[in-house]
Write a protein that binds this ligand. Structure first.
Ligand code: SF4
Length: 271
């Protein structure tokens, strides 16, 4: 008996499979519930604040104060949501989390002036086919530059990756360029990653070659996933990421039993 294939691939699923096939299986195939973590809650709050800055505030009024105001609203909404409560933070930890989200929003304003950005979409969900494979991604922000060309922006709230990881991240952004080309009929002139913590921006120009590379790499990963599902063979790949893994207790690399994960964590959730 083989395992069911995921219905689509996204940039995060692609990097999850490359990072650790077993963690990918728990998340994308077994669909085990993933408890919220301080860094996911933080990322969501900052993304929400920047999304609303472009959605709610007209150009010319997108000041730092306006950005911090949107962050305040994001925090107000989050207080009524279960994810924040599930973290069970002490008042001091909550203050630290809050201060860190503010630091990240301030970092954004050091990278660009939002009054000079013409955003045509935020949190834009796009889907396209690559052969019989469905690709899916959410673009943080899609802009039009002064020459009328598309620019994709992806916000990052984590640290700037090392050189090897940077290549992986840039491979991920070509995924967004591919989706734009397929769905909107236009290849973006540029894709930029804004690392809000440092703050630092890394950008790349999609080309025929990078689009071809994206197609080949994604197809190869899909073949590897199909094979792993057919053979039920998803191996652990221990790395620094294990520290943040939700399933360490069920990982053979840490003496756990993967078969116990579904038993203990419950039935798969529909995504
Ligand atoms: S603990 Fe590490 S090796 Fe094990 S599943 Fe998680 S990421 Fe993979």
């Amino acid at each position: 008996m083989s395992l069911p294939l995921p219905t689509a691939l996204s940039p995060s699923k692609v990097s999850s499979f490359k990072d650790c096939a077993l963690a990918f299986r728990f998340s994308a195939i077994d669909r085990l519930p993933e408890p919220p973590s301080p860094w996911t809650v933080k990322g969501n709050l900052v993304h929400r604040a920047l999304e609303q800055l472009f959605w709610q505030v007209p150009a010319g009024q997108r000041s730092l104060d306006a950005g911090l105001g949107q962050l305040e609203r994001a925090w107000e909404s989050a207080r009524g949501e279960p994810e924040l409560g599930a973290l069970e933070l002490t008042p001091v930890e909550m203050d630290e989390l809050r201060a860190d989200t503010e630091r990240l929003v301030r970092g954004y304003f050091e990278l660009e002036d939002p009054d000079r950005v013409t955003a045509v979409g935020v949190e834009l969900a796009l889907e396209a086919d690559l052969g019989d494979l469905r690709l899916r991604g959410v673009i943080d922000r899609l802009d039009v530059d002064p020459d009328g060309r598309l620019v994709v922006t992806d916000y990052k709230t984590g640290r700037v990756p090392g050189q090897a990881q940077e290549q992986l991240r840039l491979a991920g952004v070509h995924f967004y360029a591919f989706l734009c080309e397929q769905v909107l009929g236009e290849r973006p002139a540029r894709v930029q990653l804004l690392y809000l913590r440092e703050p630092m921006s890394i950008s790349t120009v999609p080309s025929d070659q990078s689009m071809q590379g994206l197609r080949q790499r994604t197809s190869a990963i899909w073949s590897a996933i199909e094979r792993a599902c057919r053979l039920e063979d998803f191996r652990p790949k221990p790395s620094a990421l294990c520290e943040y893994c939700n399933w360490q207790a069920y990982c053979p690399a840490f003496g756990g039993d993967p078969a116990r994960a579904v038993e203990v964590l419950g039935q798969p959730t529909l995504v």
